[in-house]
Every structure is written in C-alpha cells, then in structure tokens.
Design a protein around this ligand. Structure first.
Ligand SMILES: Cc1cc2nc3c(=O)[nH]c(=O)nc-3n(C[C@H](O)[C@H](O)[C@H](O)COP(=O)(O)O)c2cc1C
Length: 321
C-alpha cells in the first residue's frame, strides 16, 4: 500500500483508504479470513444479532446494470437479506481469531432486533478483541420493524444504554433525504461522543423489475429490497458532504455507497470521508477489488500532487467560488 493513502479513523491507523463494508462476504470465519488476507485495510464483520439467523428466503440478492453514465456502466444491487448471521457470540470469537493473525483493525457490527439487545451486543464486543464497534441503526429489511435511524428518540435511548468505553463506537446510518435529519443526527453524534459515522447503508424499499418475466428480481417483501451499488453513490456523497459540513474533523466519517473505482473513492475523499467501504463491488469482483481501488486512488493523488489523504480531504471546490 502506498504512503499517500494511509489514514486514521476514530484514532485508529489504517494502512489504506479502502476496506470492506459490513454484510458482504463477511459472515463466516472463512470469509473473514479472506478479507484479512486481502488488500482491505480493515476487517469489518457482518452485523450480528443476539441469536443466529437464517435470513429471508432466496433469491434475496440481485445484481443489475442500470444504464451508463459518462462512458461507465452504472451498476446496482438490490438486497433483502434479513440479517443472516451466526449470532454475536460467534463474532466475538471470530474477532479474536482474526485479530491474532492479521494485524489489521477489526470492526464489529451489531444489529439489535429490539432496543434491549444493543447494550448486550455492544458490551460483548467492548469486552472482546475488536478494535471498534459499528452500531447498525439502519437495517432496512426487517419486516414489521421500524428503521431505527429514522426514529431519533429511539437512537438516543439506545445510545444512553450502551457501554461507550473502551472501544470507539460508530453509527452505521441510513440515507437521509433532508438536511434537518442530518442536523439532528449530527447533534446526537456530538452529544454521545460517537467516534465515527459510516454512511450510507442501502436505500430502503426499492423495487427492480424484470419486465420480461413481469416479476421483481428478488422474492422477500414482494420484491421490495434495499438499493446498493453505483446508482446510490450520489445520495451517499450528499450525506457525507452534509455531515462533514457539520462535524468536520471532530468525528471520523467512513463513506460507503457505490464505490467501485479509485475515482469514486476520490470523490468521497474530496467530500470529507476519512476512509471508504466497498459492498456491491466486492460481492461482484471478490477481494482483489480493495487493492485495485486503493492503487487507482494512489495514482489520482500522485497525478494531482496530493501527498496525503489529509491534504485532499474535504477539498471539494464549488462552482462560482
Ligand atoms: C448483500 C448485502 C448485505 C448487507 N448487509 C449489511 C449488514 O449486515 N450490515 C450493514 O451495516 N450493512 C449491510 N449492507 C449494506 C452495506 O454495508 C453498504 O452500506 C451498502 O451496500 C452500500 O455500499 P455499496 O454500494 O458499496 O454496496 C449490506 C449490503 C449488501 C449488498
């Protein structure tokens, strides 16, 4: 990894700007080992719940090409996984095993099915080997459950109760479509001493139809799923920008949503992200994508004369300035 793309998130040093996103090829120990052996700068684990879950019936994931933009294909994916995972106890063990072998930061991710789960889940990882804990308040696919990140009082109640030491706590956030939601969440982040935010999770309740079959691409929820991939990048960038404008420097921001090239990662860097995560592109291309994306970012930084992430972070220029 090159010197230019070293970064720091929540006080933790990262060897590169690019890591995996929670939920994609990171559910089993074998998958986590493959990420540890890859160019990903960290190992982010699947969101874990109190008990193991099978998740929703298949097909529950679909990859598609939406069209092309500026000479590039725009890909997307639709998922309605329903949090299949092995239960948090397993991930506490996996964190220990992975940590021993790889020397990279390991991030736990937790998803409660009710408010009372969160202190137990976070507490278990606070006592374990993971370096940081991403608290998922944005799981979009649990039928009959409200998306926690849109209910700010519920987020406050959860944050009141979880143990916030010694590992840094981050929030995995849903996409917000209004500035006032960003402001309210940023106030919460500051009030509770949250160390990092990861934005965005997939966009809920999207529908992709196969017109030939006259059917949706996936089976659960009558085809409604959460949208990921290149088609959500503009929404993710907008969220990173709005959060960076309020939080700049005080809270680390991990950008995620539609990144599949160094140029995508550079857009997130200009917008204020301290690091990026890769989901759909990792699912499609496998573990080689991390080193490739980071190498492409290195080349862009070198060409433009930026010597470090710090020099380019948040340096987006605006029309008319
Ligand atoms: C198959 C799949 C499963 C996912 N599972 C989780 C999860 O368990 N926890 C989580 O925080 N995000 C989950 N996500 C969301 C991703 O971490 C990421 O926020 C989203 O896919 C956008 O990134 P991308 O455009 O690079 O895919 C999942 C995404 C996909 C495609």
């Amino acid at each position: 990894m090159g010197e230019r793309t070293k970064t720091i998130v929540a006080g933790i040093a990262f060897d590169s700007y690019v890591m995996n996103a929670s939920g994609v090829r990171d559910t089993t120990l074998e998958e986590l080992k493959a990420i540890a052996d890859s160019g990903s700068s960290a190992v982010v684990m699947k969101s874990s719940t109190m008990e193991p879950r099978q998740g929703n019936p298949e097909p529950r994931y679909a990859y598609f090409i939406l069209g092309s933009s500026r000479g590039r294909e725009v890909q997307g994916s639709l998922q309605c996984m329903g949090l299949p995972n092995e239960g948090y106890r397993k991930y506490v063990k996996f964190a220990r095993i992975i940590k021993t072998g790889c020397g990279k930061p390991v991030f736990a991710s937790v998803a409660g099915l009710s408010e009372k789960d969160y202190p137990i889940l976070v507490g278990a990882f606070q006592d374990g080997e993971a370096d940081a804990i991403e608290v998922n308040v944005s799981c979009p696919n649990l039928e009959g459950k409200a998306l926690i990140g849109y209910d700010f009082d519920q987020v406050r109640r959860i944050l009141d109760k979880i143990p916030k030491q010694p590992k840094p706590i981050g929030l995995k956030l849903p996409p917000y479509l209004e500035q006032r939601q960003i402001q309210e969440m940023a106030d919460i982040v500051k009030k509770y001493g949250i160390s990092f935010i990861t934005c965005i999770n997939s966009i809920p309740n999207a529908l992709v139809i196969d017109g030939t079959q006259e059917r949706p691409l996936i089976r659960p929820k009558k085809g409604l799923g959460a949208l990921c991939g290149g088609c959500i990048k503009p929404v993710a960038l907008g969220n990173v920008k709005m959060f960076y404008d309020i939080l700049r420097g005080k809270v680390s921001i991990i950008g995620v949503g539609g990144i599949s090239s160094g140029s995508d990662a550079f857009d997130f860097l200009l917008t204020g992200a301290d690091a990026v995560q890769i989901g759909t592109c990792f699912e499609k291309q496998g573990p080689a994508c991390f080193a490739r994306i980071n190498r492409e970012l290195e080349e862009i930084l070198e060409r433009k004369g930026y010597k470090s992430i710090e020099q380019a972070r948040g340096k987006l220029k605006f029309l008319g300035e």
